[in-house]
Design a protein around this ligand. Sequence first.
Ligand SMILES: Nc1ncnc2c1ncn2[C@@H]1O[C@H](COP(=O)(O)OP(=O)(O)OP(=O)(O)O)[C@@H](O)[C@H]1O
Ligand SMILES: [Mg+2]
Length: 358
Amino acid sequence: MRSEDHNEHRPDTILDNLKTAVVCLDDQLRVTYLNTASEMLFGVSARHCDQEAFDKALPYLADHRGRLIAALTEGAAYTERELHLRAGGGDPLIVDCTVTPFTDQAGESALLLEFLSLDRQLRISRDDQMRIQNLANREMIRGMAHEIKNPLGGLRGAAQLLEREIDDDGLKEYTTVIIREADRLQNLVDDLLGPRRPPNKQLLNIHEPLEHVRALIDTELPPGITLERDYDPSIPEVRADREQLIQTFFNLVGNAVTALGTSGNILLRTRTQRLFTIGGVKHRLVTRVDVVDNGPGIPRDLLPRIFHPMVSSRAEGTGMGLPIAQYLIHLHDGLIECESRPGQTMFSVFLPMEASDG
Ligand SMILES: Nc1ncnc2c1ncn2[C@@H]1O[C@H](COP(=O)(O)OP(=O)(O)OP(=O)(O)O)[C@@H](O)[C@H]1O
Ligand SMILES: [Mg+2]
């Protein structure tokens, strides 16, 4: 091993690349160390937490003082599974937590706390399953769509020839129905086959396609629906296909408008997010675009299937909007996630910002 390699594997570097959140407390339960995963899990900065009382620095742990003191005084390690940590009125963090007492360099008692976020773990394995399932579905659907496309063309052509031969207007109505319905099927088959070209990726500011969609939708918005923006102007450019992003955002915002009906609020939000795993690949930086509405939410039984083709709760919906959007974002190595409950539905589009690091 060369000497430079040594530096790359310093404990701090390793700890900061761990998915497990690690926190150290001294014998007064003050924070003496916090790794990057902890910053992300608890939404705090290591610098601000340094030497702070643990419950002030990490309000999620405030209820655990008794157990921490016991671990410190008795010198006994413990592990708690599926712990629901709460701070204020927000959603709980679901973690596995291990607390291990140790003696620090100065000979004082100290505690090592490890947290494994289950929420994210569960989600990653779910996302992976979804990607694999999506790819398998796509193959099957494309195969079937091709099989339907050819005879459909024949049917339509024959109906057109027949139409020319018929003089009776009453009979012509029938051929018109055949042609119209064949066209409808043709559109559906085209949707099922997916985009006809590979993405044409260019560096672009994510707000440009987003604003394009906002302006398009704004003109036809019912007066009771408001469309708000919360953009992070410092987001670096992403390499993406502008048209495909427009199609994706149009689908998501369109669904939100449909779900709201005549009144409600839609929020378009952009952020960057560090260390995010998509399909088993860890990305250092991703752009996140959230489309949030305060509508009725997605029916519970539908929620696990909304990215599957032809799943729709609307009589006139084809149920192709979300699977196509997911597929277009997959072409960018990205992912669309959805969280929904009555009163809040959020679709988040994640786009990697740079080459992945494996
Ligand atoms: N913001 C939302 N709020 C509530 N339900 C939603 C929302 N977005 C999607 N859905 C649900 O997911 C279903 C699937 O959406 P998708 O866009 O795939 O198809 P669709 O809108 O029904 O039809 P299409 O987009 O093909 O016209 C919708 O029918 C609806 O039930
Ligand atoms: Mg739709």
